[in-house]
Design a protein around this ligand. Structure first.
Ligand code: HEM
Ligand code: HEM
Length: 182
């Protein structure tokens, strides 16, 4: 086991790996995010939001509230460091339709709809930074689901919501096709 894993109490990482996989890569369903190489600050922030019930979309409530509830602040920091230190998530599946339209949205935004370029916050290669999550190699189904939650106001975030609100379903699928294939 890696040094970072040895730091995390077994009771914690054993439960996470059921859904997220040991390295945060082999997630059980498309709705479960990959965690490998995710930004450490973002990971810790999301776990705190599950614990405080600030992130309250349906899958958060069903799957993540019970686990986050039981975690101490110290365990949150350790597990965030562990997943951030794993190999960055990447997709193994073949490209989906919509990649080139999605790439354009990511790099340039959609001026006619007032959508800013995603790369302004998520970084040019979608690696993320600090509180801005990595999106490169994330699961397609998860990306579409989160954009839908944010669009409908089921996941509340003052920075990301105004962006998601302006996207059509088709545009969400296109940008997810691009990002999940990186
Ligand atoms: C989301 C960590 C256990 C299912 C997340 C996220 C983090 C995380 C950081 C947010 C990722 C992001 O926003 O990109 C952990 C840790 C666990 C754990 C550290 C162990 C202590 C589990 C288990 C399940 C699960 C046991 C399945 C029963 C999910 C699902 C989501 C999620 C479905 C997406 C929630 C949503 O759509 O809002 N997890 N997780 N996780 N996790 Fe876990
Ligand atoms: C979160 C996509 C533009 C800031 C997210 C998530 C996705 C996403 C899928 C959820 C990631 C996860 O749960 O792991 C996009 C796309 C964009 C875009 C496709 C362009 C159309 C932006 C811009 C900003 C931004 C321009 C900054 C002004 C954030 C922040 C979060 C986030 C702060 C975390 C939200 C939270 O904690 O609930 N984005 N994004 N995004 N995005 Fe974006």
């Amino acid at each position: 086991a890696s040094p970072a894993l040895a730091q995390v109490p077994q009771s914690v990482h054993q439960s996470c790996m059921i859904c997220h996989g040991q390295t945060g890569e082999n997630t059980i369903y498309p709705m479960v995010p990959r965690l490998g190489g995710q930004q450490v600050q973002y990971l810790a922030w999301q776990l705190k939001q599950f614990k405080s019930h600030t992130r309250a979309d349906q899958n958060a409530q069903i799957y993540m509230w019970p686990v986050a509830q039981a975690m101490t602040q110290q365990e949150i920091q350790l597990v965030a460091k562990y997943y951030a230190a794993q190999s960055p998530m990447h997709s193994a599946s073949s490209p989906r339709p919509g990649v080139s339209a999605g790439k354009q949205i990511f790099l340039q935004g959609i001026a006619a709809q007032g959508v800013p370029a995603c790369m302004a916050c998520h970084a040019v290669n979608a690696t993320g930074r600090g509180i801005f999550p990595r999106l490169a190699g994330q699961r397609y189904g998860y990306i579409v689901q989160q954009l839908t939650y944010l669009h409908d106001g089921n996941r509340v975030n003052p920075i990301m919501q105004p962006v998601a609100e302006k996207l059509t379903n088709r545009q969400m699928q296109d940008v997810a096709a691009y990002l999940s294939g990186l």
